[in-house]
Design a protein around this ligand. Structure first.
Ligand code: SAM
Length: 346
């Protein structure tokens, strides 16, 4: 059974939150307070969900949170996930003499991680060795003072920079650095991030601020839109657009001399719902078919009542048929999502 929704979109990309705890309180995501928690599940339960979904055509799994690196056992979880093979991709035959090389070339599940990077420096190599394929680090300023103002964490900047560098050394490249731009907080960081991309050999991706924050502070004027990001960056150095796959969320650009790449994820000014290939599972085991869903679907409850794998597949298939056609950000009929980003998993 392959996962396609009623609009013909193939669902190949799973984002799974393994905790909704976070050690940062970024201004575009959280209030300064602790806030309620929905909790998390044993890794064995997440593993079963992923295994069933991989059998239904999921080829990319992204671990997120909360902050996923706060969860003890994450390296072992990645090691288990790396044993799963995307459906339809059979191990190629190999001789005993060349078995090592052949095993390395088997088709792997793409296992990515989104992290604030605070704990990454010591974990990058173990995660890579366990089978992690890619890492995205969230970083919203390249200036330590501004970084502290946005994250509400005083000593974070050096940890995150060390985490990014450790990820590169571990071979988790190309490392992506995600920067949410919020008017009045960090739009003057656009050009410094362009320089950072060039100097550090990372791809910096600017994300438009979405109405998913706990404090309900979003308004259209708080968004720094794609066109403005491009204009500001082009004043620093000319950009050349890189052709991108339709399902890719980011529009990609390189600088004219070929050094450094940036991306822009513009769900507000340039929505990409028509090509959305994602579903999400929250840390408490609910499926969400869109970031902006006003309800979620309790997969873990099915497991608790003793559902077989086939019954889980039927449940997931039915849920995917309810995937929303598009979001309604900025429209008069917009209804805020039933959960905020920290409790969904970005
Ligand atoms: N703690 C991890 C991290 O910081 O990357 C993973 C969870 S975080 C919720 C995932 C991503 O969502 C981050 O890149 C973060 O910047 C982004 N994010 C959070 N709130 C957002 C918002 N209101 N609009 C756009 N992106 C947001």
């Amino acid at each position: 059974m392959h996962l396609t929704d009623k609009f013909g979109r193939a669902i190949t990309d799973l984002r799974i939150s393994i905790t909704d705890r976070c050690n940062y309180k970024c201004v575009y995501c959280r209030t300064g307070n602790e806030g309620a928690l929905y909790g998390d599940l044993p890794f064995a339960d997440y593993f079963r969900m992923v295994r069933v979904l991989v059998g239904m055509g999921i080829t990319k799994v992204r671990l997120t949170g909360g902050e996923p690196l706060l969860r003890k056992g994450v390296v072992e979880f990645v090691r288990e996930l790396a044993k799963l093979r995307p459906q339809g991709l059979k191990p190629r035959s190999f001789s005993a003499a060349s078995s090592k090389q052949s095993l390395d070339s088997l088709e792997q599940l793409d296992i990515a991680l989104t992290t604030n990077g605070h704990l990454l420096a010591d974990m990058a190599q173990p995660l890579k060795d366990a089978g992690l394929t890619r890492v995205t680090v969230s970083m919203d300023a390249v200036d330590p003072e501004r970084f502290a103002r946005i994250t509400r964490v005083a000593d974070g900047y050096d940890h995150v920079l060390a985490g990014i560098r450790a990820a590169r050394s571990a071979g988790l490249g190309p490392v992506k650095v995600n920067c949410v731009l919020m008017r009045g907080f960090n739009e003057e960081q656009i050009v410094p991030f362009g320089k950072f991309a060039r100097e550090e050999g990372v791809t910096v991706r600017f994300i438009e601020f979405m109405p998913l924050e706990e404090g309900r502070t979003w308004s259209p004027t708080t968004v720094v839109p794609l066109d403005e990001i491009l204009t500001r960056m082009a004043e620093y150095r000319p950009l050349v657009e890189i052709p991108h796959a339709r399902s890719e969320t980011a529009r990609r650009y390189r600088f004219d001399d070929g050094i450094g790449e940036i991306g822009i994820i513009a769900p507000v000014s340039h929505p990409f719902c028509g090509h959305c290939s994602r579903i999400r599972i929250t840390s408490d085991g609910k499926i969400r078919t869109c970031l902006f869903s006003v309800w979620d679907h309790d997969l873990h409850a099915q497991m608790r009542r003793g559902a077989s794998d086939e019954e889980l597949e039927d449940f997931i298939y039915g849920v995917v048929q309810k995937k929303e056609e598009r979001h309604h950000i900025g429209e008069p009929d917009f209804v805020p999502a039933s959960r905020t980003m920290v409790h969904i998993g970005g």
